[in-house]
Ligand binder design. Structure first.
Ligand SMILES: [Zn+2]
Length: 50
């Protein structure tokens, strides 16, 4: 247990991404928070999916 809540999963490989992987949080035009995270499997920056 790390206490790190899961953000979602990588859209490419399905790996679960947590706060430790977050690179950037930003506010979208609709007021929701968007996240860019680095997937440790793909070694790419992705937008985590629910
Ligand atoms: Zn991935």
């Amino acid at each position: 247990m790390t206490g790190d809540p899961p953000l979602g999963s990588c859209p490419k490989c399905g790996e679960g991404l947590s706060g430790a992987h977050v690179l950037v949080e930003y506010e979208k035009e609709d007021g929701t928070t968007g996240i860019w995270a680095e997937c440790p499997i793909c070694d790419e920056v992705v937008s985590p999916q629910e």
